[in-house]
Design a binder for this molecule. Structure first.
Ligand code: FES
Length: 101
């Protein structure tokens, strides 16, 4: 969908939101909603730090999870991000809504 600019150290959630992509980030980046679910290009995915247990727990509750799924609030831009592609899932679930019931 085009190139976006970002800064090293910026969270991908913030990059998505500041560039107008429909990534809700309902919990404000606290790793408790999964509405920032994104797909990362495999080449980059393999270079990222592994998701921690909290992120994996949230991804377990997300829909359409793939091998390259990450939470945008949990990954930060590095120089390796240059030229990489990201994709958004067709649907997301807000686990925060589930915990409020
Ligand atoms: Fe809620 Fe990332 S913004 S898990």
């Amino acid at each position: 969908m085009g190139e976006v600019a970002s800064k090293v150290g910026e969270k991908m959630l913030d990059v998505c939101q500041s560039n107008g992509f429909d990534v809700e980030g309902a919990c404000g980046g606290e790793c408790c909603c999964s509405t920032c679910h994104i797909y990362v290009q495999k080449e980059l995915y393999d270079k990222l730090p592994k998701p921690d247990d909290d992120e994996l727990d949230m991804l377990d509750l997300a829909v359409e999870v793939k091998d390259t799924s990450r939470l945008g609030c949990q990954i930060k831009v590095t120089p390796d991000f240059a030229g990489m592609k990201f994709y958004l899932p067709k649907a997301v679930v807000n686990n925060l809504d589930e915990t409020k019931k």
